[in-house]
Write a protein that binds this ligand. Structure first.
Ligand SMILES: C[S@@+](CC[C@H](N)C(=O)[O-])C[C@H]1O[C@@H](n2cnc3c(N)ncnc32)[C@H](O)[C@@H]1O
Length: 283
């Protein structure tokens, strides 16, 4: 099991919970029918299931898919006990478990490939995933996998905003280098959020709701909530990897200063993101 990746995903949970738009969530709940068939693309450690339950989606089927077997194993191992502790009735099954009346499985695989063979899905969830894959391919496959009137809920979709505070003279150059590196990764688009919204508008279905869902990670006093200091250290690690190969002046000072500020509980980080809810046409 890759503990670095699982801890990273678990550490962003408190941030996601603060960031997700309640308006988009409420629109989802008002449009979703009973006993939905749900597939979660790039499910990571499967944290969204706890939210689905909290929101009253406690019947139907949920299948999470991730191509990292370590995070899938972690989800399978920890979620049943977590839900029991939260007071839900959990029954272990041969391939997964049932929590209340929701049957849950976590599978390893390429979600984009598996999506091609799916149909009849009521709800596709893709949290912090749509910015990792080609947006138009994702949307085409999502549309053919959903039932008429089916829903795609795409919260925490990154859209070209990375802010660190307090100010540092290299901020603008660092952000540009970081975003350029994301854009160079195959299939990725640093402006995925806005382009996903455009792509939805060009389709036959409806973009039912869209709202900002920025991560705002800031110290509370001189410490960070939950495991968010770890998350922020991971983000600085990603940025550092880019800076090593860049020509950004003051890159070394930037990263050293950010690490010192993190250690002192003085660093704030914001990532600009959108939550989107798309519904396929009814016919
Ligand atoms: C940023 S994480 C989000 C995880 C989860 N949805 C969440 O919000 O906690 C993105 C996840 O997508 C997975 N992933 C990336 N590309 C994938 C693909 N083509 N098929 C399946 N999983 C993929 C990664 O392994 C990672 O766990």
């Amino acid at each position: 099991m890759n503990h670095t990746e699982t801890r990273y995903l678990e550490s962003k949970r408190s941030l996601d919970n603060r960031a997700r738009s309640l308006r988009v969530r409420d629109r989802l709940l008002s449009a979703l029918g009973p006993d939905p068939r749900i597939v979660d693309l790039g499910c990571g450690t499967g944290t969204i299931v706890s939210k689905l339950l909290e929101w009253g989606i406690d019947a139907g089927t949920y299948r999470g898919i991730d191509n990292d077997c370590g995070v899938v194993e972690f989800g399978r191992a920890v979620r049943p006990a977590e839900f029991r502790r939260a007071g839900y009735t959990v029954t272990e099954q041969e391939c997964g478990f049932t929590v209340e009346n929701l049957s849950v499985t976590y599978d390893t695989g390429d979600a984009m490939t598996m999506l091609e063979d799916m149909d009849g899905i009521d709800l596709l969830v893709a949290q912090a995933f749509a910015d990792l894959v080609p947006v138009s391919t994702l949307l085409s496959r999502v549309e053919s996998a959903l039932t008429p009137g089916g829903l795609a809920y795409l919260p925490i979709t990154f859209d070209a905003g990375t802010i660190f505070q307090p100010d540092h003279p290299a901020d603008r150059a660092v952000e540009q280098a970081y975003h350029a590196a994301i854009d160079l990764e195959p299939g990725r688009d640093v402006q995925a959020g806005r382009h996903l919204a455009d792509a939805c508008r060009r389709r036959a279905g409806d973009l039912l709701a869209m709202a900002g869902s920025d991560w705002v990670l800031r110290p509370d006093g001189d410490t960070y909530p939950a495991d968010e200091a770890y998350f922020l250290a991971s983000i600085l690690g990603f940025v550092e990897t880019v800076l090593v190969d860049s020509e950004v002046a003051e890159a070394e000072d930037w990263i050293e200063t950010r690490r010192e500020q993190l250690a002192a509980g003085e660093l704030t980080y914001v990532a600009h993101q959108y939550d989107l809810l798309y519904q396929t046409s009814q016919s």
